[in-house]
Ligand binder design. Structure first.
Ligand SMILES: NC(=O)c1ccc[n+]([C@@H]2O[C@H](COP(=O)([O-])OP(=O)(O)OC[C@H]3O[C@@H](n4cnc5c(N)ncnc54)[C@H](O)[C@@H]3O)[C@@H](O)[C@H]2O)c1
Length: 279
């Protein structure tokens, strides 16, 4: 069991589910205290409380905040609360920050022949704010508050949707492209602070966010067929990579976009529908 006296904290934006949840468990097993931000109600909130208790059972602290991570006032409150947690704990610092927020509009940009509803300006702004811009604001404010330790690592979750087209994924796709671009820029600008920034592109992973994408069953079955391992990525597959990036030896990985999908993205689309070739 990890020591409860560790002063390394991981700030996880999107802690309560999917990749954020699996990463919190993996980092807690490695001795990180967890500061988690999530947005849940009802059953989701109960699951978040159960996760918090599970993290604490690993002998680390778990502080959760059920707030909108894209709201500037809530962000300021959480950062103030982190300052208070760190007060009197000499050497307490955020050594790892994960951006794993999934919340966006899955609407087309242009109406089809049946005149489908398209995304509004407000929905586009909200999606970009939660899934991309919030990375910059959290990074700026955590840094300004002096809470990042030297050698801290920032990781943001992306997908191959950052450079591929999928119906109704246009706004999230734009957010992913922005997120990857922000990470490259942060990698440059944070180097003087000894902080690295990298993106992970996860393969298709069954989570509540995936299940909200229209046609996700087709996405899942194609990914399963296309993946050299003929299975989908799990949150634990991604969390294992996150643990590597949080470990000391990864300090020279910076500004990278790392694909964590078992080889799914590398397989050419020609294989689609040709199970007979996949013996
Ligand atoms: N699931 C996949 O197939 C897949 C693949 C590649 C990349 N990703 C990316 O990984 C990240 C995590 O996705 P997931 O599939 O684990 O999603 P998920 O739905 O399981 O979890 C999303 C988390 O974000 C939190 N959240 C959402 N909006 C919030 C807000 N405004 N403020 C605070 N918390 C908020 C939720 O409470 C939850 O903890 C996303 O960026 C997603 O695009 C997912």
């Amino acid at each position: 069991m990890a020591s409860s006296t560790t002063h390394r904290y991981a700030l996880i934006l999107g802690v309560s589910s999917g990749i954020g949840r699996a990463s919190a468990l993996s980092l807690a097993r490695d001795g990180f205290n967890i500061i988690g931000v999530h947005l849940d109600r009802a059953a989701g909130l109960e699951a978040a409380r159960a996760l918090q208790a599970e993290l604490q059972s690993h002998g680390v602290e778990a502080h959760f905040f059920n707030v909108n991570a894209a709201d500037a006032d809530r962000r300021a409150e959480v950062i103030e609360a982190i300052r208070n947690i760190f007060a009197g704990r000499e050497g307490a610092q955020i050594s790892f920050m994960l951006h794993s927020l999934a919340f966006g509009s899955l609407l087309p940009l242009i109406p089809g022949v049946e005149g489908e509803r398209t995304a509004t300006q407000k929905q586009i702004n909200m999606t970009l704010d939660v899934m991309a811009n919030s990375l910059v604001y959290w990074t700026q404010d955590v840094l300004a508050a002096g809470l990042f330790g030297r050698g801290a690592r920032i990781v943001a979750m992306s997908s191959n949707g950052a450079s591929r087209v999928l119906p109704t994924y246009g706004i999230v796709s734009a957010a992913k492209a922005a997120l990857e671009s922000y990470i490259r820029q942060l990698a440059l600008e944070l180097a003087p602070h000894g902080i690295t920034a990298n993106t992970l592109r996860a393969g298709v992973t069954v989570t509540p966010a995936l299940e909200k994408i229209p046609g996700n069953q087709v996405i899942q079955s194609h990914a399963e067929m296309r993946n050299p391992h003929h299975r989908l990525t799990t949150p634990e597959d991604v969390a294992a990579m996150i643990a590597l990036l949080a470990a000391e030896g990864s300090y020279w990985v910076n500004g990278a976009c790392i694909i964590v999908d078992g080889g799914e993205d590398a397989v050419d689309l020609t294989w689609y529908g040709r199970e007979d070739l996949m013996s």
